[in-house]
Design a protein around this ligand. Structure first.
Ligand SMILES: Nc1ncnc2c1ncn2[C@@H]1O[C@H](COP(=O)(O)OP(=O)(O)O)[C@@H](O)[C@H]1O
Ligand SMILES: Cc1ncc(COP(=O)(O)O)c(N)n1
Length: 288
């Protein structure tokens, strides 16, 4: 191991079932060869069948964790996941400014796959106003993009409209993930402030084992940005990683099982992705 291993940070909730949250993030960091640090915002009692309890960590403890990490490590990228309430969001935004953290990936986690609230409704505005302007990229799924924008996403054009509205909240770029649609291909659509649009498309895997896919995707993205990769390369790696992790299922639990983190690294697994289409100057050409 090189002594200059990039060091990244996840600020998220703990999932006792190990499939999502901090646990998914640290596994992803390890797989992508970055050193993972963490700030835990909430403890969830959770398994593949659902969330049985949510226990937010008190503000003082969140603040101290941010300080412990911020004062000791050079952090090259940060991801935020489950933040749960307004106080935590404000503390995180302050720490990002104080420690001058860059490459901020905001996964606007709101509700678990099983339907449990992971972000208080009143905190959504704070997320938009305090955290989004600091973000390198925000990665909502379709229901989250709808909730953030108030738009209904049905057709392709709706995704672009939602992306444009999220960009107007001050983020540099947005990736709207397509896992919740039903099409044959799962398309994640990236749009940035310059009007560049890239679509990452892969064959939909027919499975119920998608617990933690969003956390894993954004953690891999954070690791790749922390290694100074360009955003398009970082997104491509994240899409390939998640495709392998869903495809090579490990059967655990009785509900929505977790993904297989080792799959992408293991030899013999074909990279069966991925068509990428790029449109430059999307908005400027009037296509939106
Ligand atoms: N059934 C699936 N087959 C292939 N890829 C999927 C599938 N479901 C989700 N993904 C991928 O997993 C990532 C997370 O997507 P999504 O499920 O939309 O987010 P979230 O986990 O935040 O709800 C995205 O990159 C998406 O393309
Ligand atoms: C601590 C924590 N963070 C995030 C999620 C979202 O993951 P999913 O959408 O797969 O339930 C979760 N269930 N738990």
């Amino acid at each position: 191991m090189s002594d200059s291993m990039p060091c990244v940070l996840t600020i998220a909730g703990s999932d006792s079932g190990g499939g999502a949250g901090i646990q998914a993030d640290i596994k992803s960091f390890q797989e992508r060869d970055v050193f993972g640090t963490s700030v835990i915002t909430a403890i969830t009692a959770q398994n593949t069948c659902g969330v049985q309890g949510v226990y937010p960590v008190e503000a003082k403890a969140v603040q101290q964790q941010l300080q412990s990490v911020g004062e000791d490590f050079f952090i090259s990228a940060v991801k935020t996941g489950m933040l749960f309430n307004t106080d935590t969001i404000a503390l995180v935004a302050n720490a990002i400014s104080e420690y001058r953290w860059k490459n901020i990936v905001v996964d606007p986690v709101m509700v678990s796959t099983s339907g449990h609230i992971l972000l208080e409704e009143e905190a959504i505005d704070t997320l938009k106003t305090k955290l989004f302007p600091l973000a390198r990229i925000v990665t909502p799924n379709i229901p989250e993009a709808e909730h953030l924008t108030g738009l209904k996403i049905e057709k392709d054009i709706d995704i672009l409209k939602a992306a444009e509205r999220i960009l107007s909240m001050g983020v540099k770029s947005v990736l709207i993930k397509g896992g919740h649609k039903k099409d044959e291909y799962v398309e994640d659509v990236y749009v940035d402030e310059k009007g560049v649009c890239i679509r990452f498309s892969s064959k939909r895997i027919d499975t119920k084992n998608t617990h933690g896919t969003g956390c894993t995707f954004s953690a891999v993205l954070t690791a790749e940005l922390g290694k100074r990769n360009n955003i398009d390369e970082a997104l491509m790696t994240s899409k390939r990683y998640i495709q392998s992790a869903i495809e090579n299922v490990i059967s655990l639990g009785h509900g929505h099982g977790p993904t297989n983190h080792g799959a992408y690294r293991k030899k013999g697994i074909k990279e069966r992705i991925i068509s990428v289409q790029e449109t430059i100057d999307l908005f400027h050409n009037g296509d939106s």
